[in-house]
Design a binder for this molecule. Sequence first.
Ligand SMILES: [Zn+2]
Ligand SMILES: [Zn+2]
Length: 65
Amino acid sequence: MECKRCGAGEEEKKLEACPTCRKPVCNDCLLPFQGKGFCSEGCGMWFFHGEGDDESDFEESPDDA
Ligand SMILES: [Zn+2]
Ligand SMILES: [Zn+2]
């Protein structure tokens, strides 16, 4: 298991699973969002707004044409 952002292994850093996508992310890369830590802002948004599907890229622009 290694951080999906910086690639640090669990022996170097403390890793936590993103509540949304379950990918491991280290404490340094964790993005605090509403009191929880996520791998990305997109995951934080998704967790609290409950939209989007997990197969798609979270980096997409929120405004759909
Ligand atoms: Zn990291
Ligand atoms: Zn995530």
